[in-house]
Design a protein around this ligand. Sequence first.
Ligand SMILES: Nc1nc2c(c(=O)[nH]1)N[C@H]1C(S)=C(S)[C@@H](COP(=O)(O)OP(=O)(O)OC[C@H]3O[C@@H](n4cnc5c(=O)[nH]c(N)nc54)[C@H](O)[C@@H]3O)O[C@H]1N2
Ligand SMILES: Nc1nc2c(c(=O)[nH]1)N[C@H]1C(S)=C(S)[C@@H](COP(=O)(O)OP(=O)(O)OC[C@H]3O[C@@H](n4cnc5c(=O)[nH]c(N)nc54)[C@H](O)[C@@H]3O)O[C@H]1N2
Ligand code: SF4
Ligand SMILES: [Mo]
Length: 883
Amino acid sequence: MSAGHCTTCPYCGVGCGVTLERRADGALAVSGDAQHPANQGRLCVKGSALGETLDLAGRLLHPQIDGRRAGWDEALEQVAQRFGQVIEQHGPQAVAFYASGQLLTEDYYVANKLMKGFIGAANIDTNSRLCMASAVVGYKRAFGGDAVPCSYQDIELADLVILTGSNTAWAHPVVYQRLVKARQQRPQMRVVVIDPRETATCDIADLHLALRPGSDAALFNGALHWLARHDGLDRRFLRRHAEGAEATLASAAQWPPERVAEFCRLPMAAVTAFFDLLSEADNWLTLYSMGINQSSSGADKCNAIINLHLAGGRIGKAGCGPFSITGQPNAMGGREVGGLANQLAAHMGFSASDTDRVRRFWQAPHIARQPGLNAVELFQAIASGQVKAVWIMGTNPAVSLPDADAVRQALKRCPLVVVSEVMAATDTAELAHIRLPALAWGEKEGSVTNSERCISRQRAFLPAPGEARADWWILSQVAQRMGHGAAFAYRHPAEIFAEHAALSGFENQGTRAFDISGLATLTPAQWYRMAPVQWPVNAQHPAGCRRLFADGRFFHADGKARLLPIAPQLPKNAPSAAYPLVLNTGRIRDQWHTMTRTGKAARLMRHLSEPFCEIHPQDAAPLGIDHRCLVRLDTPHGWMLARAQINPGQQRGSLFAPMHWNGQFTAQGRVDSLIPPVVDPDSGQPESKHAPVRVSRWRTAWQAEIFLRAEAPAPAGIYWSRVTQEGATHYIMAGASPVDDWRRWLLRHFPADELTLQTAQLAQHGFHAIGWLQGRVALAFYVGRGAPELERSSILQAFEQPPAPGAPRLALLAGRGAADRPAAGATICSCFGVGEKRIIAAIAEGCHSAAALGERLQCGTNCGSCLPELKKLIQQHASRRVA
Ligand SMILES: Nc1nc2c(c(=O)[nH]1)N[C@H]1C(S)=C(S)[C@@H](COP(=O)(O)OP(=O)(O)OC[C@H]3O[C@@H](n4cnc5c(=O)[nH]c(N)nc54)[C@H](O)[C@@H]3O)O[C@H]1N2
Ligand SMILES: Nc1nc2c(c(=O)[nH]1)N[C@H]1C(S)=C(S)[C@@H](COP(=O)(O)OP(=O)(O)OC[C@H]3O[C@@H](n4cnc5c(=O)[nH]c(N)nc54)[C@H](O)[C@@H]3O)O[C@H]1N2
Ligand code: SF4
Ligand SMILES: [Mo]
């Protein structure tokens, strides 16, 4: 590897450039690429920790058939033959692919081409259905093409930034940092956050609108009506460049501020304060993501937002626009290749002319002529037996799809499940008949497109491990074995990219937004070096294009945009007497999705290390739910266990639980097993944010933690959650039935036979044990009536350096550190491992700003992701001291 190797981060849709350098000690140093337009040198905590997720532990390194190791030839042959057999017997509609916004564009293109052009069904859908489908419908309806108008630079140029349904500080941290910096430089800038709960993103908000879950469309309708009444419309733009304004304004007129306030359950003053900000600002930008898209009326919400921008003429100009920020590194690339079942390829659909055009370009023998099954329908079709073979690549649907227990059951019944994965054990891979080892980030070559249409290269800097192969290679090999050799004879991803680029320009003539024909003639060497560029890249824009629609021309046949009258709707499933609360779900700062990669980094597990459920104090009290007790959540679809977090920033009547935990990390914590498979009728996107739910205290007889040097599975029949640690297996556990003899229990469930146990029997059935082997600590176990109060860092330290006999050993047995080591508490700053207790102590000693804390403890001085939390701690603890 050369010094200063550049690639793109594999996590979120910000799409940061990453530089890797081999340090003198051989380790890889990861830093932000100063030249990359998305991040200009910044990285968030997940990006900074990339180096810690590159080891091969847990990787799938060889093909497997029915659990046994197989060679590639046999595995590929089996996939091709068995798919072929199903197609022969039941037709092409009986097979399906389920892909991912984490595949590279080149991989994605090949998967789509194989299914839609050669197998002849459109049954390829992707996890982007759960993520971007509503945004796509919104853009297509308004602009005639799936085109994101904005650039990140607009964030810096806006006078008013509206963040709705987006916890940017945690989910798009580098975008958030750019906003924070812009705000510092231009203090006149205003930020409005619209989110039912108070999030870290609210740290920067001038106004936080904690609206009733699902009610956004009414707010944006009301804003449109307000602008109409206060001379805030760009009537000239509407006349020249848009259709549908009259009907849309007439329908918005039903939303005076009083009605908006009532519908959204917001104070009237807050509603008008927001509208006034809109009236006063020269330019405004709306960033939106899952709080908008993941709704049974998500597409309509997107159009309510876009209506406002069109009517105000706040589009195609600096600092303006409706900006859907994409989640995955290649969500946008998937949209470009046509990864969704209702798209064909290169922004074409299933009209007769589009299918014919793509057929000719691909020389496809069996072009699909109808949209295929979307994600939710697809797994229902597997359950009903209609789909008999599925190939899942780069996604973990047994965890991330709604009604996830039903998804699991469907996969168990499916005659053929093929999974391409980088990890050996995932909830989905466990259900596969054939497992194909894919190359991971750092090993694979290709390209991705971020939220601002910027195409960047992911480059390999590590050798391919074991027998892992690139996804495009695996797909092409299967295609060849299915008899489509000529169309899939790719030798290099650059050839695939060139074909994809050529298709985007094929008979385009300005009719399709996605046009990168300017990149169709790149040689492999030029493709290898390709610098980040924003599409379109064509004769008109040879160096790419920062902002779309500057000329007021849209992609509908008449060149005009469309405003759509929107009738606001609340979530499809309303709370009831049996399920009185609303379950909101989403992301945490330091984990990525189903944790298959971020779950490997101990550092990323210290911020929040267990599935949790946030609840308002007034909802918790009558249910007898205390802070940090365990709770059980129930819906008609499933149940989960999580640690309660009482949080006054949570809206009353609404709970929040993270989407990340899965069967590998906890006993019963897959939140999607609770989510009903209710979707938006226009986009097919599931309503992942608003499930009616019941919560109750889970009565525990005991709670425990164990640290082991050896690897060991968690006991069955109890609550457990695994916390990744360096050099130790660590479980948090709890049980509903009492245990009489803890020593026996310990020996029965964990490999402790050979250890010398030093134990302490405590009051109220408490029991602590340290297991020694050859002078080293091999086990530490703590159980009590409630959750044991432990200093985990001190316990882990004892695994490295056994404590001396006497007081230090007794301290370890008590779960504490030696007296001279202050307790750290939960990690707030993951970059420098700074714990909550140390931060609170420093605040007590007079550090009353994030800068002062940074100077004293280093916290918040690297990626800055923890700054909102530092400020919150200062607020809580500095004021408490004064008061
Ligand atoms: N750390 C981290 N970052 C990630 C990811 C990750 O797994 N971890 N995943 C990436 C992916 S794929 C995606 S899609 C993005 C998602 O990024 P975000 O959309 O920012 O993330 P979420 O936490 O899913 O949801 C955002 C917010 O929507 C709010 N919300 C819920 N209901 C409503 C509502 O009715 N109205 C409004 N206005 N808000 C509501 C929630 O309270 C939540 O705070 O993050 C990307 N970045
Ligand atoms: N309740 C609820 N559910 C949600 C959401 C929510 O907010 N709430 N959000 C939804 C959203 S927006 C999204 S995007 C989804 C995400 O959900 P998933 O896509 O299921 O989540 P990941 O964990 O990212 O799954 C990616 C899988 O691909 C593997 N992988 C990584 N790299 C490669 C590679 O190069 N090749 C191959 N073949 N495999 C690879 C990883 O190990 C992992 O198992 O979850 C959705 N589900
Ligand atoms: S913001 Fe963080 S996770 Fe997202 S691309 Fe940048 S470094 Fe990666
Ligand atoms: Mo996503």
